[in-house]
Each structure stands twice: as C-alpha cells, then as structure tokens.
Ligand binder design. Structure first.
Ligand code: AMX
Length: 437
C-alpha cells in the first residue's frame, strides 16, 4: 500500500508543482489582499499568507478535507464492518493522496499502520520517568521528542538526501507517528489515571478502535464507533490554527516531523486552543451540579446563559473565530448522540443549550457567531463512554490532529514550501507606516 500511496502523491505533487510554478512566474506580483494595521496587531487573523493543501475552512460550511465537506467524508468514506462512521485512516488517506480511498485502500492503510505500531523501549522508559502529575499533554510532547531518535527524515538529511526525496522520507516518519501516537496516548492515560497496565495492541482492530480498547475503560462497539467519529472529525482544520501553524513553521526549517509535531503539541496544549474542550465539559458539569437534578429546560438554560453573560464570562462551546454557522463537527456529533445516548442527562443538557443559547447570544448582539462549536459536544460523548478525566481530552484531540498535521507536513515538503519568515515590526514603526499610507 505504501508504494500505491507514493505513486498517488508523486502524481499529484507534479501537478501541484506546476501550479505553484505558474502562480509564482505569472501571478507572483498579483495583489490578493490589503494588510491593515489591525491585522498586523491582532494575530495575523485572516491574512492570506500560507499554503495548506489538505483542508480549507469555509465560514458557513465548515472544514473541507480536500474539497469534501465533513458530511461527505462521513458518507462516502469506508466504514468499519457494521459501522456507520467513516474510518479516520480513510480520512488520512484522503488528506495525503487527495483521493477518496476504496475499502481495499483503507484496509491497506490500517495494515500499514499496524506494521509501524511498535514503541521503542526507551520511549516507554522516558514516559515512565515523568512524575504522574505531569500534564498528559506534557507527557505526549516529551514522548514525541523521545521518538525523534528514529526519524528517517533526519537520518537521510544527514546523509545528504536530494530535495526531491524529502517528501517520501517525511511520509515514512509521518506514518510512523500516526501509527504510534494512539499507543503512546493510551500509555499516558493508563499510567496517569489508572493502574499503569496497558491493554495489548490488537492488530485485528482499526486504528481508532484499537485506541479506544487500549484506554481500557470501555470495550463496547459503540465507544469504538464514537472514537472513530471523534478522530475523523478533528483530523484537520486548515494551516493557520496554532498547532498546525506551529508544526508547519518548525517543519519549514526542515526539522523532522517529530520535532515539528512536538512544537505543535505544545501549542495545542494552550487554553485558547486545544484545552477549550476540557473547559466546555467543566462548564456543563458545573451547570448540571447547580441544576441539582432539575430538568434542563430551555427556559432554565436561557436564565443560566444570561447569568453567565452578566458575570462577564463567555459561554464555552459557542462562537468561533472563523465559522459563522453551527460547526458541522458539532452537528455530526449531535447526530451520533441522537442515535446512541439520548437518555444521558448530560446529552439532555447539551441539547437544551443548543436550543437556548444561540438566541441569548444573538440578543446580546456582539458575538459574530452565536452557534455551537465542536467543543460544546465532544466532552459529553467522551464522558458518556466513561472517559471522564478532562485533563486527558486534549490528548485525544492530539491523536486525531496528528492525521492532519502529518498530512500537511508531507505536502509542505512535496510542494517544496520554503522556510517561513514573516516580517515583524515594532509598534512605533507600525505607527510611522500607518501615517505614511
Ligand atoms: N459567550 C459570550 N461572549 C462571547 C462568546 C461566547 N461564547 N463568543 C464571543 N463572545 C464575545 C467576545 O468575547 C467578544 O466580546 P468583546 O468585544 O467584549 O471582547 C465579542 O463577543 C466578539 O467576539 P467574536 O468576534 O464573535 O469572537 P472571537 O473571534 O473574538 O473569538 C472564540 C472566538 C471562540 C474565542 C469566542 O467565541 C469564545 O470565547 N467562545 C467561547 C469559548 C470556546 O468555545 N472556545 C472554543 C473554540 C473552538 C475551538 O477553536 N476549539
């Protein structure tokens, strides 16, 4: 399957290289946007200054993996036997090759990952040497760097590999990272929150199902399916978000995929990024406690939302920096929950928030997007299937996002994107420029 994958990437890379050359030669001087002082100060928001091949975020339709919406990905891509959710390794194939995989190709992909799913003893020892109270994201970042010793990209670079070969060794490393990350995540989970015993890896299972069973808390088929959904939905979200951008930036120095993703993981650990999902669940659990057994009616939730706003707080799980509609990832999780866990009191609370909060935020008038984002639902699903340790949620997100950032890394090398080096300015220089224009 690896050779087939390489053939597909090579073919697409040739087309993309021609497109890039045409853009640079014939349109290189063309203006695509004005950059304002506000953009320069406020986090480069909306400045079109990066190339990411794998996915594209539309404010209304949400993320598309290679031009396919998440609904299309979920409908069209192969499922596990008896399952109804697209397999995340199929999404990875789509992100990497640009093509919808056949069932046979996804099976091949799963097998390829099984072959690479061994963790060197030194990496396990490194993880075990960390105090158990170390945040799971710190443990994961440390483990990523411990794995770097075996980077094929790094080794080949030292030996003087040709530029044209960068992407194929990047692919080797990226496949290794994708294969190993769920095992490492499960290892971190077991040692941090349980007895440290790691269930055996089961090569008969797919990538996500294996991760679900290695957590050792719920062996049901439904949990495996929920994990497939979660890992498929969070796989990629363009190149400008903190973790993807950090990975891309570090990779642009030709640091190998391990170094690059370790940097990205540190960004994902931030409360304004990957940690938001854990905060959402905390808020829901707190509301549930305050409700003290009362049914979460729309009226009660409206009062609750108004109270939160009056206290000057944001309502977690609502709003988005880019999206201007309900996050499709939220809707797909909601569809799943409607099939599997309508009796869960926490789902009933999430459902009531879905009905009550957008009108409250709309009335308040300043929020650009009053609708829920994915984080308003993910925690409920994990919690329902007995994954209750909120400190671990960002690691689950990281397992999924590994697919996207690794696909992006491969493509940054395949289209030879150069080292990234935006121009920065001190504020007084910005004032001089602002007055000049
Ligand atoms: N509750 C209350 N107020 C909100 C709000 C919410 N959920 N979302 C936005 N606002 C407020 C902002 O704080 C801002 O107020 P200000 O002018 O007084 O500073 C105003 O509405 C305008 O904000 P915006 O342009 O609509 O949003 P943004 O791009 O600045 O921020 C986000 C986006 C996600 C940080 C924000 O909506 C928010 O804080 N949401 C709640 C936290 C959350 O759900 N985070 C997860 C995001 C999903 C993800 O990326 N993982």
């Amino acid at each position: 399957i690896l050779e087939l994958m390489k053939t597909k990437i090579a073919k697409l890379a040739k087309e993309k290289a021609a497109l890039k050359a045409d853009l640079l030669k014939n349109h290189g001087e063309r203006k695509i946007q004005d950059v304002t002082v506000e953009m320069a100060i406020n986090g480069a928001r909306a400045i079109k200054s990066m190339v990411t091949e794998t996915s594209d975020l539309d404010a209304n339709k949400g993320i598309a993996y290679r031009h396919l919406s998440l609904y299309e990905v979920n409908t069209k891509l192969p499922k596990a036997p008896g399952g109804s959710v697209a397999l995340p390794e199929g999404a990875f194939w789509l992100l990497v090759t640009g093509e919808e995989p056949s069932a046979e190709e996804v099976k091949g992909m799963t097998e390829e990952l099984h072959k690479r799913a061994t963790i060197p003893a030194n990496v396990m020892t490194t993880i075990d040497s960390l105090p158990k109270e170390t945040h799971p994201m710190t443990q994961l970042s440390v483990a990523m760097l411990a794995l770097q010793k075996d980077s094929k990209f790094f080794k080949k670079y030292q030996e003087g590999m040709k530029k044209d070969d960068y992407w194929s060794y990047a692919l080797e490393d990226c496949l290794d990272v994708v294969a190993k990350v769920p095992i490492i995540a499960a290892k971190i989970y077991r040692r941090t929150f349980h007895d440290g015993k790691l269930p055996e890896y089961d090569p008969k299972l797919d990538w996500a199902a294996n991760f679900a069973q290695m957590l050792g808390i719920n062996q049901s088929e439904d949990f495996k399916e929920a994990m497939r959904l979660y890992l498929m939905l969070h796989a990629d979200h363009e190149g400008g978000n903190v973790s993807a951008h950090a990975t891309h930036l570090v990779g642009s120095a030709l640091s190998d995929p391990y170094y690059a993703w370790a940097a990205g993981l540190c960004g994902l650990a931030g409360p304004l990024h990957g940690l938001a999902n854990q905060e959402c669940l905390s808020w829901l659990l707190d509301v549930q406690k305050q409700l003290g057994g009362q049914k979460p009616t729309k009226d009660l939730m409206t009062d609750f939302a108004n109270k939160t706003l009056k206290e000057g707080k944001v309502i977690p799980g609502f709003g988005h920096a880019v999206l201007r509609n309900t996050d499709p990832r939220y809707m797909l999780e909601r569809e799943f929950a409607l099939k599997h866990c309508t009796e869960d009191p926490l789902f009933q609370l999430v459902d009531s928030c879905y009905q009550a909060i957008p009108p409250v935020l709309l009335k308040q008038g300043k929020v650009k997007n009053p609708f829920p984002n994915v984080d308003a639902h993910s925690g409920q699903l994990m919690h329902f299937y007995n994954l209750k340790e909120q400190n671990f949620y960002t690691v689950v997100f990281a397992v999924s996002r590994t697919l996207g950032v690794m696909a992006q890394y491969i493509w940054s090398r395949a289209v030879s994107l150069p080292i990234e080096r935006p121009k920065s300015l001190p504020l007084d220089e910005l004032m001089i420029l602002a007055k000049k224009h």
